[in-house]
Design a protein around this ligand. Structure first.
Ligand code: OOG
Ligand code: NI
Length: 452
């Protein structure tokens, strides 16, 4: 008998993000409330902007507008990270970027598992921001060894998940039933456990070192700590959260609102304090889980990114913690950053995908060369479209991590970037995100010139 058709990696990723969303809405009802608020604001934005609605409809984006775009987890050991890399490969997700959060006082380093090719990104860009705890930043030898030992003893994957993973690697795919089995087993790894694996005293000692250390070490698995839908108006969702009984973090992270949106803007609600039963039967609480929203803009070149970092740094010297004041400050700090597509492109600050206009004639297409490109753009034969930023921002990510912590800036653990150690743990190198955007732009130009 022939095997039934194998499920595509894109389909695996979609099944995974849907299963995670269903589980998380059930586990964290406030997250369901956030999703409903996001859908409400998205509906209003579309009703007020028929042109945007038409563009999104053309791009096939309307049906999945309010669906999750990313989630985040934190693991404790190289082996856990390496196995996750294999699991995410089944879903067409590869590690992109290296983020050193220790610079911001968070004792982890991270990557984002995401699709990299254009077609897969268009089908479903779902990403998982994945952090590895840096135990070496625990200063106390005894506590560090205890934490390492607790982590060494746990197995975050079910036996069936590991069996299916090996089967997938041997046979190169899953049929429909295996695909659903696998997703079910993997989602189990990311569920919440209200019972900690350690006595309360151990939890308290690790927590005193850093709340995130306790979060990673004291539980059976890496619970999903947030999911993030896409909003069309992040400022409005931030404004309305309190009306829904949701407490937002103080400020929206990332660049200010712009005519040509840049990179990524994010905000979240403050993590919930949840009841926990410890291994010695003591009762207590733990704060880890929240909901986030994101609004994405254009990817920048290395030069654009350096300018972004400069503007952000200038504004951060005056951070008051009040969102309105902060946004006004940011807008001023970004005054000098060009805010129209033509300048962003001509000044080499942002990445674009070049397409022929539908009305471009065969002669015009043939006449399009590197030398005539600018003229073809000016006469409307070629259309540059901004390439969406698909990654994360370390300063913003540190701000999102802090929705777990007190709003005060914890500056406990300063470390150096350890990219080599991270990649050794991962078992592979991470993709360079800046290079990926350059390749997308280059590929679109080559397609254009191939017509000449
Ligand atoms: C991850 C925080 C980073 C983002 O969107 O920047 C993040 C975490 O809290 O584990 O998800
Ligand atoms: Ni996030």
């Amino acid at each position: 008998t022939t095997r039934s058709a194998m499920v595509s990696t894109d389909d695996m990723r979609t099944r995974f993000s849907q299963a995670m969303s269903a589980m998380y809405q059930q586990e964290v009802p406030l997250y369901g409330e956030l999703l409903s608020l996001v859908a409400e604001v998205n509906r209003e934005v579309l009703a007020a902007n028929p042109q945007l609605a038409a563009e999104l409809a053309d791009a096939g984006e309307l049906e999945r507008l309010s669906l999750e775009r990313h989630g985040a987890i934190r693991v404790g050991t190289p082996r856990e990270l390496a196995t996750l890399a294999r699991v995410f490969a089944v879903m067409g997700m590869a590690p992109v970027g290296y983020y050193d959060l220790s610079q911001a006082g968070v004792p982890v380093h991270s990557t984002a598992f995401r699709p990299v090719d254009e077609a897969a990104l268009a089908r479903n860009p779902f990403r998982v921001f994945t952090s590895l705890l840096r135990l070496e930043l625990i200063e106390d030898d005894g506590l560090r060894e205890r934490a390492a030992q607790i982590l060494a003893e746990r197995e975050i994957f079910t036996p069936r998940a590991l069996e299916l993973l090996e089967q997938h690697e041997a046979q190169g795919g899953f049929d429909d039933g295996e695909a659903d089995d696998f997703i079910g087993e993997i989602v189990t790894t990311f569920r919440w456990h209200a019972d900690a694996t350690v006595p309360h005293a151990t939890y308290r000692a690790l927590h005193a070192e850093h709340r995130l250390i306790a979060d990673v070490v004291c539980f059976r698995g890496p619970h999903i700590n947030h999911l993030t839908p896409r909003t069309l108006d992040i400022d409005e969702v931030q404004r309305r959260m309190p009306q829904r009984g949701i407490t937002p973090k103080a400020i929206i992270e990332g660049p200010p609102a712009r005519n040509c949106p840049l990179l990524l803007r994010q905000t979240s609600f403050r993590a919930l304090e949840e009841n926990i039963r410890f291994a010695d039967d003591a009762a207590g609480t733990h704060t880890a889980r929240f909901g986030e929203i994101e609004q994405r803009g254009v990817a920048l070149t290395a030069e654009g990114r350096a300018r972004y970092d400069d503007c952000l740094r200038a504004a951060r010297q005056h951070d008051s913690g009040d969102n309105d004041a902060w946004q006004a400050m940011l807008a001023r700090a970004f005054d000098a950053f060009p805010d129209d597509e033509t300048r962003l492109r001509r000044e080499g600050l942002a990445r674009f995908r070049y397409l022929f206009a539908p009305h471009a004639t065969p002669e015009q297409r043939r006449a399009t060369t590197p030398e005539t490109l600018e003229a073809m753009i000016e006469t409307g034969v070629v259309r540059p479209m901004p390439i969406t930023y698909e990654d994360f921002l370390p300063v913003s990510a540190a701000g999102i991590f802090r929705s777990n912590l007190s709003e005060s800036r914890e500056q406990l653990h300063q470390g150096d970037p350890q990219r080599d150690a991270f990649e050794a743990a991962l078992g592979m190198q991470v993709h360079d995100e800046l290079a990926l955007y350059g390749e997308l732009e280059q590929a679109s130009l080559e397609r254009l010139f191939a017509a000449s």
